[in-house]
Each structure stands twice: as C-alpha cells, then as structure tokens.
Design a protein around this ligand. Structure first.
Ligand code: HEC
Length: 145
C-alpha cells in the first residue's frame, strides 16, 4: 500500500466518524449541563456567603491578615515527611529549638545551592522555589515548635 492510499483511507475513516457523530446527536441536548445559573447559583451563593468575587475577596483578606506563623505553618506541611510534625527531625535534622535567624540562613544557603551537610541535595529542590517571605514565615513557625 502506498502513502496516498493510506492517507485516503484515513480521510475516509475520519469522515465516517464525523458523519456518525452528526447522526447520533442528542436532540434533547440543551447546552452546557455543567452550568450553575439561576436557582443553582443563588443556592451556591447562600452556601458560600456571597458571589464568586466576594468569596475570593474574603480568602485574599484572610491570607493577607494571617500571621507569619500561620503562613509558615501552612508551608511547613511539605516539610513534615522529613522533619517531623513538631520539627523533631527524621530523615532531616531536628528543626525545633533553632533560632529564626539560623533557619533563614540555612535555607538561604540551600536555596543558593550551597553544600552544608552530606545530604544537602535533598534540600535543594525544597528551598529553590521559596521566596524570602516563605523563609521568614517558616522561621517564625519553627520558632514556635
Ligand atoms: C525529602 C526530605 C526533606 C524535605 C521534604 C525537607 N527537608 Fe529539610 N532537610 C532534609 C535533609 C536530609 C537535611 C540535611 C541536609 C544536609 O545534609 O545539609 C535537611 C536540612 C534542613 C535544614 C537545616 C537543618 C540544620 O540544622 O542543619 C533546614 C532549616 C531545613 N531542612 C528546612 C526544611 C524546610 C523548611 C522544609 C519544607 C519547606 C524542608 N526542610 C523539607 C530533608 C528534607
């Protein structure tokens, strides 16, 4: 079989599928069934305390008002597996009891790709995406442990 025959066969197949698709349309179809308008949206607003913009604003306000400790605690979720829920250590060293300035300095070093201990490579991908604010929040939270 040459290429032209293959292409022709493919075109016939696709056309056939499109034709079958047009023949099997659901006549009751009334558009997007996932929509939530009218009564559905009113219900959603009542449940969530406002329209979508208001809900988002409330979230943003809560985030802006959150203390560094609270934000740090949230971020610390991804550290628990290695440093323990109370910073007691495990795969990674114990963090509890360390001064905030030390935590910031150590994380800054990892973020810059500097080698500290033998297992620094485990911390590089963790520290890389952290912003200065993240470092300070984490340090503030660790200081409470
Ligand atoms: C995959 C496991 C793993 C995860 C996840 C992890 N760490 Fe680590 N962490 C380590 C290891 C291992 C070391 C020791 C690295 C070395 O030898 O320098 C370390 C070292 C540290 C140190 C230096 C501690 C010291 O006293 O020398 C700090 C601070 C730290 N991690 C903070 C964090 C924070 C904050 C997070 C979460 C955002 C986190 N780590 C997530 C494994 C991990």
């Amino acid at each position: 079989m040459n290429t032209t025959a293959l292409v022709a066969a493919f075109v016939v197949l696709v056309s056939g599928l499109i034709w079958i698709g047009t023949q099997s349309n659901d006549t009751d179809w009334a558009g997007n069934r996932n929509q939530c308008v009218g009564g559905c949206y009113e219900e959603w607003k009542a449940e969530n305390g406002g329209n979508i913009a208001a809900v988002e604003q409330t979230k943003q306000a809560a985030l802006a008002a959150a203390s560094p400790e609270a934000l740090g605690e949230k971020y610390y979720g991804q550290c628990i597996a290695c440093h323990g829920g109370r910073g007691e250590g495990g795969i990674g060293p114990m963090l509890a009891g360390q001064a905030a300035a030390d935590i910031v300095a150590k994380l800054t070093a990892y973020r810059a790709g500097k080698e500290r201990g033998a297992q620094s490579a485990m911390m590089y991908p963790v520290a890389k995406p952290m912003t200065d604010a993240d470092l300070n929040n984490i340090a503030a939270f660790v200081a409470t442990l």
